[in-house]
Design a binder for this molecule. Structure first.
Ligand code: CA
Length: 233
């Protein structure tokens, strides 16, 4: 899925430049030179991110932001002239996610756009895949090559917890507190669950590829086994 960005900027040269850089990066965009038409274009909801200039003829960027914020959570990068601390404060108050001051290098703006799109997508992502596995985090479903892998809900929770924090070593206490929602239980059951999950997941449970033991510390999901998300930028 290609990302679509709406650029609201009355300096057409600048807008075209941003569009060109985005295009080179595989991101589609449309240009709009005033806030009134931008508000209409946003109703359709076909955009993934908004780049919003503050000084616009007619309705300004802040007004547009205030107008659209109650009904959309689209990520917004506000672009404004330098030396305008008040703009920055107002922008964040009105619901901007990022702020870029003019003049800026287009590459910098594009990098910010990509980072923000990534962040937003990651928070909505409910499917993670690793090796031959696909894990539906909402639907509690784990499949290997389209075949369901039967896990108990607690096994699923333990795995989910590790997968959602790839590369981070988690102690048994930590996993127990999160999954059993209890700080003071018998945390040795975590090891039992890890063993069961490995038996279901790993080709060689003695030499696990996915859930690694970090001796004396805990467990971690091997980040190298994660597949890149579909539609990632
Ligand atoms: Ca302007």
């Amino acid at each position: 899925m290609k990302a679509r960005v709406l650029i609201v900027e009355d300096e057409l040269d600048l807008a075209e430049l941003i569009r060109m850089y985005l295009k080179k990066d595989g991101i589609e965009s449309e240009i709009c030179t005033d806030a009134e038409s931008a508000a209409e274009m946003l109703i359709g909801g076909a955009f993934d991110l908004l780049v919003l200039d503050i000084n616009l003829p007619g309705m300004d960027g802040f007004e547009l932001l205030q107008k659209i914020r109650p009904s959309t959570s689209i990520p917004v990068i506000v672009v404004s002239a330098r030396d305008a601390d008040e703009d920055i404060i107002m922008g964040f108050g009105a619901g901007a996610d990022e702020f870029v001051t003019k003049p800026f290098a287009p590459r910098v703006l594009v990098a910010r756009i990509r980072a923000l799109l990534r962040r937003v997508r990651a928070s909505f992502r409910h499917e993670i895949s690793f090796g031959p596995y696909k894990m539906d985090l909402e639907g509690y479903y784990l499949a290997r090559d389209e075949h369901r892998v039967v896990l108990s809900s607690r096994e699923f929770e333990v795995l989910r917890h590790l997968v959602m924090n790839p590369g981070r070593t988690m102690t048994s206490d930590e996993i127990y507190a999160e999954v059993w929602e209890n700080r003071y239980g018998d945390t040795t059951s975590v090891a039992v669950y890890i063993r069961r999950i490995r038996q279901k997941l790993e080709d060689d449970p003695q030499n696990p590829l996915y859930i690694q033991t970090i001796h004396g510390k805990g467990y971690r999901f091997n980040p190298e086994m994660l597949n890149p998300p579909a539609g990632d930028l």
